[in-house]
Write a protein that binds this ligand. Structure first.
Ligand code: ACM
Length: 715
């Protein structure tokens, strides 16, 4: 095997013009690259055997259309593409789906041998990446790939309640999901801010408080079918008993009385568990909703019921006494038992957020762990199929590399360390109290047998700070990093290599329709009509502050303001990426320059100069525009950090150390930028730490730090 790879590399070196190493994400289980490539002058001559139709025929048609969009195909006659499914698959769109496939590209053409239709879709997704992007006809490298996923549940959760996401926007996300082999769209359809799916039985749910923004049942059926054709299951969530302010606005008679002494409880009220009306409503609602979604799993929510939502209602207190329920958790368990019995009668299996596992549950109930990593062990050791979303909250605005570092089976990856708990105690009693339930404890690692209960993972994008026009750029490219984490072996974990491949795949997703760049450009144009380029140059070097620091509504609520200000989602911090490929490129170049390799030095210098020189132009257009004026300090800081990078690169290349006075001056610039980034690096701590102006941090700082450290270290 290895010999063939060496032979290929040798041939490459000799020929000097053979195909580049294919860029794939997620990385396949095994790939052998042979010398040579298959010219792709036109669309494929496809032959499909043993696969369900029209499913795979349509998938091939999508591939053909994509190939034409990705490449300049000058002739009609392209290479042969033979797709064979080994078997029908009654488990398509379930956890048991036959997802494995083998793909071979040889002089004879492309051959995909799939275990079942899901495998055929994945093989086509891999082929799409092998076709690549760019002007000129493609040459698909000769490869032999043998691939199957580590986990069957590879999801993202889209919150449609805080901001409504149009059908077209959701479909774009599904298109991209298929292309990186994500297979679950957890659709969060109801919450305090809105109930987003038409109920014919309870029409007030969407007549009230949705501004007409909801999915009709026909649109839902269309979305479910659209996703199913792309190998994506839609798992709906109707979140009860808390997170129900929208339901209770429509049907206030179902509400529990919240504790007036706890104003936060009013912001997250709950259904009244002591009233039979609640259960007949739920029975009717679940009956109607489950009929719209064919998936076996139905997400019942179950998160964040507070004492303030239930424990001061006299009717609830009486109900608890009558039923021998001593605590709120016991009451929650009793509520969920009734909801679960309804789902069971409706033929569904329940999944819920990890709070539902506080009381014993039937083993088939799936638990989605979200609060921190320790509860993965609790859920698994109680025998539950477990979906991990802790560590993958995309709305925390961390980088792709940070999420990528979290393994779904790691019981310590997400949560507060003992050091952090000690630090919290020195800062704020309130912070300590909120953090305490999330304090990591030593837990025995999962055994391989236990690990089998982990179904996979999900990256939730809660939409408090995500509008429809922002979804593409808040979900991607980071969802691509999660796709690899959930598909590829745990040993695939080099962040620099992931970033290199993700940049390429992200470009392909953009060429095929993802709107992250387009919508960011529109946001920049809105901020500075006619001068968007200057704004975009700044945005490529900054990120929004992380972990809710940019969420002024939450900030205000935590500081006791019960009517928080409306968020305005048009500022530079909203338009700024958490991850910019420009930054990844700088990081890769800096790592090489630090090793004395300067092939990228000219490109780095050009990019750093563009950032350094952008500030005067930005300052000129910011005058009189408050949103842009708020970003002036960040713009000046980007210029300063970029100049530090230029000086360090010069020193490195000239092999002369930075003069001591300049080194000290530059160190101060880096330390200030690092302190500002650190201020939002950890959840909760953000609320007691001063944040930088404009909610912006300079994202090129780590790369420049690398250059600086190399330039100041004696060589
Ligand atoms: C959650 O983030 N409240 C599940």
């Amino acid at each position: 095997m290895k010999l063939r790879l060496f032979a290929a590399l040798f041939a490459l070196a000799c020929a000097g013009s053979a195909a580049a190493e294919p860029v794939l994400l997620p990385k396949p289980r095994s790939m052998i690259v042979d010398a040579g490539s298959l010219p792709m002058t036109g669309v494929f001559k496809a032959r499909i055997t043993g696969c369900p139709q029209p499913l795979i025929g349509k998938a091939v048609a999508r591939l053909q259309a994509d190939a034409a969009r990705l490449r300049t195909l000058r002739s009609k006659a392209g290479p042969a593409l033979a797709i064979r499914c080994a078997a029908k698959d009654a488990g398509y769109l379930t956890l048991a789906a036959k997802e494995a496939y083998r793909l071979a590209v040889t002089a004879e053409g492309v051959k995909i041998e799939a275990d079942g239709p899901a495998g055929a879709l994945h093989g086509l997704a891999t082929l799409r990446q092998l076709i690549g992007t760019g002007a000129g006809a493609a040459a698909i490298p000769f490869v032999h790939i043998d691939d199957s996923p580590r986990f069957p549940w590879r999801g993202v959760m889209i919150d449609t309640s805080r901001h409504f996401m149009s059908v077209a926007t959701v479909k774009r996300q599904i298109d991209a999901m298929e292309r990186v082999k994500l297979d679950v769209l957890h659709f969060h359809l109801s919450d305090n801010e809105g109930f987003r799916i038409e109920s014919k039985r309870y029409p007030k749910l969407t007549q009230i408080a949705t501004h007409g923004q909801f999915y009709t049942q026909d649109q839902i059926k269309d979305l479910v079918a659209y996703a199913a054709e792309r190998g994506v299951r839609i798992v709906p969530e109707i979140d009860v008993p808390a997170h129900t302010a929208a339901i209770l606005k429509a049907y206030p008679e179902l509400a529990a009385a919240t504790d007036p002494a706890q104003p936060l409880a009013a912001a997250n009220p709950a259904l009244n568990p002591a009233s039979e009306a609640t259960y007949s409503f739920l029975e009717g609602l679940l009956g109607e909703m489950t009929a719209l979604f064919p998936d076996r799993y139905f997400h019942i929510g179950g998160d964040e019921v507070s004492d303030g939502a239930w424990m001061k209602d006299p009717a609830i207190t009486a109900y608890m006494a009558a039923h021998g329920l001593k605590t709120r958790v016991e009451l929650e368990a009793a509520f969920h038992k009734r909801a679960r019995d309804m789902l069971t009668r409706l033929g569904k299996t329940e999944i819920g957020w990890d709070e539902i596992a506080a009381a014993p549950l039937p083993k088939d109930v799936a638990v989605e762990v979200w609060r921190f990593s320790n509860p993965i062990a609790d859920a698994v050791r109680a025998g539950h199929p477990t979906v991990v979303s802790s560590g993958y909250y995309l709305d925390h605005l961390e980088t792709a590399a940070e999420h990528y570092a979290v393994d779904p089976a790691d019981l310590q990856a997400d949560g507060f360390t003992p050091d952090e708990m000690a630090r919290a105690q020195t800062m704020s009693p309130l912070l300590t109290n909120i953090a305490r339930p999330l304090a990591l404890k030593p837990v025995a690692p999962l055994t391989p047998e236990e690990e089998k209960l982990i179904l996979g993972g999900e990256g939730p994008i809660w939409a408090e700070l995500v509008t429809d026009e922002m979804l593409d750029q808040r979900l991607w490219p980071r969802a691509g990093a999660l796709a690899e984490r959930f598909w590829s072996d745990r040993s695939v974990r080099d962040p620099a290599d992931m970033q290199r491949r993700l940049a390429v795949v992200q470009t392909q997703l953009e060429v095929l329709g993802l709107q992250d760049l387009v919508n960011r450009a529109r946001m920049a144009e809105r901020l500075a009509p006619g001068q968007a380029k200057t704004v975009l140059t700044l945005l490529s070097a900054v990120s929004p502050t992380r972990h809710f620091a940019h969420n002024h509504t939450t900030f205000a609520m935590l500081h006791g303001v019960t009517h928080p200000p409306e968020q305005i989602l048009t500022t530079p911090a909203d338009a700024a990426p958490t991850d910019a490929p420009e930054v990844w490129r700088l990081e890769a170049g800096a790592a090489r320059a630090a090793r004395g390799e300067f092939a990228e030095a000219a490109a780095m210098r050009a990019q750093l100069s563009a950032w350094a020189e952008n500030d005067p132009a930005f300052a000129a257009i910011a005058q009189g525009k408050p949103d842009l004026e708020a970003a002036l300090p960040a713009s000046a800081e980007v210029a300063a950090v970029a100049r530090v990078g230029l000086a360090a690169l010069d020193a490195l290349q000239a092999r002369t150390p930075l003069p001591a006075d300049q080194a000290a001056h530059d160190a101060a610039i880096l330390e200030k930028a690092e302190k500002e980034a650190a201020a939002s690096a950890r959840p909760l701590f953000v609320f007691v730490t001063p944040q930088p102006p404009g909610d912006l941090i300079v994202s090129i700082t780590p790369a420049v730090r690398r250059l600086y450290d190399a330039a100041t270290t004696a060589r």
